[in-house]
Design a protein around this ligand. Structure first.
Ligand SMILES: Cc1cc2nc3c(=O)[nH]c(=O)nc-3n(C[C@H](O)[C@H](O)[C@H](O)COP(=O)(O)OP(=O)(O)OC[C@H]3O[C@@H](n4cnc5c(N)ncnc54)[C@H](O)[C@@H]3O)c2cc1C
Length: 353
């Protein structure tokens, strides 16, 4: 049993050393706290992910003091939506985004945590911790968080689940945009992750659909990929938009996917986790998790709004067609929405006028 106790092994025990847990650990170390991270797996840990770091995620990483070395990822300048016979794109207003292989990002975060003085314990499942004690316990153990259950926080306010699959192809990227191909019932997106590699991700409600079958609906994309070999095997996961009533309990706080999530179509899961990490460290330094509870609510509002907005188009072909055509005729609206989505517009009503 984990304990938050008076005689302490460490100040902060982080369960889960994925992106959220490592970001939380780095942020807490920067506040001078002793931090231990335990994870059941060994780095670099891979996971089904679209691997896009939006401009606001890169800003949060910079605020955490984490630098992505040049060449570790591939820059993209905006988002392109591709529908039946309409294509519309928008650039990020002032900053670029990066697609970084998940394993590369994980290793960068592991190195940054080690350098910050975080104690890292790999191949250590939470159940094996015996009577580890800490002042604060952070549940960063992902979608099926055991800490969440253990802390009695398993009370969902909203829950919508889809499935996500991804594979990489050895081919030179053809676009500086992340391309989102809209089908009535699913989306495929393509991101440049290296000079000779692209990621293809599928988001759908059907757990049996796979990338090859979905690609048949987009012959132009199929043709572009041609016979490029896959450089990874297909990997799947849950893409969920979920909200908990509360994310703290006593001295326990949840972060990242353990604390709820937004659909992967937003490309915001990682950025959200990094911003939560910064807010959590502020709260730990003040000794007051209520501050984190409030910050968490606020931080999830914008990505959740965009998740709900984009999901309105999923499974509604007519609405989807009308929306894409509207954006095609009014590209400034797409630019505005993208700027708002990545946090470059704080007051959307005033900014739109
Ligand atoms: C298909 C798909 C595409 C996505 N695309 C994007 C995108 O383009 N951009 C973006 O920002 N986000 C994207 N996301 C979301 C993003 O991947 C997640 O939000 C992010 O991985 C959450 O990180 P995390 O650290 O909270 O969880 P995880 O990455 O799941 O890490 C949890 C960690 O906890 C460990 N763990 C679990 N249980 C235990 C235990 N009992 N004891 C010890 N350790 C344990 C695991 O080993 C793991 O390392 C996508 C998600 C999916 C499914």
């Amino acid at each position: 049993m984990l304990q938050a106790a008076a005689s302490l092994d460490t100040d902060v025990l982080v369960v889960g050393g994925g992106p959220a847990g490592l970001a939380a650990a780095i942020a807490a170390r920067r506040k001078g706290l002793r931090v231990r991270v335990v994870d059941a797996a060994r780095p670099p840990i891979d996971k089904a992910c679209g691997e896009g770091l939006m401009p606001d995620a890169l800003q949060a990483l910079a605020d955490l003091g984490v630098r992505i070395p040049e060449g570790a990822g591939s820059v993209f300048r905006g988002i392109r939506f591709i529908g039946d016979d309409v294509t519309v794109e928008a650039d990020f207003p002032s900053r670029h985004a990066l697609a970084v292989r998940r394993t590369v990002l994980h290793q960068i975060l592991v190195d940054a945590a080690a350098e910050a003085g975080v104690e890292l314990c790999w191949e250590t499942p939470a159940g094996d911790l015996g009577h580890a004690s800490a002042r604060w316990i952070i549940g960063a153990d992902g979608y099926s968080s055991r800490v969440r259950t253990w802390a009695g926080l398993e009370r969902w306010r909203r829950r919508k689940e889809r499935y996500g699959f991804r594979a990489h192809y050895r081919i030179e990227p053809w676009s500086e945009y992340v391309e989102v191909y809209w089908h009535a019932d699913f989306q495929i997106y393509v991101a440049p992750v290296a000079t000779d590699e692209v990621l293809v991700a599928l988001l759908c409600r059907d757990p049996h659909l796979r990338i090859d079958e979905a690609l048949e609906s987009f012959p132009q994309l199929q043709e572009r990929l041609g016979d490029a070999p896959r450089s990874t095997t297909e990997r799947g996961g849950i893409s969920a938009t979920r909200k908990l009533w509360v994310v703290t309990q006593g001295s326990v706080a949840l972060i990242g996917d353990a604390s709820g999530s937004v659909d992967a179509i937003t490309g915001e899961g990682l950025g959200l986790a990094f911003r939560q990490a910064l807010a959590l460290a502020d709260a730990l330094a003040e000794g007051n998790l209520d501050l984190y509870e409030a910050a968490h609510q606020k931080l999830t509002r914008r990505p959740r709004f965009f998740a709900e907005l984009l999901l309105l188009l999923d499974g509604r072909p007519e609405l989807q067609d009308r929306a894409l055509r509207y954006l095609g005729r009014h590209p400034q609206v797409f630019r505005f929405l993208l700027a708002w989505h990545v946090g470059e517009i704080r007051n959307p009503i005033r900014s739109f006028n």
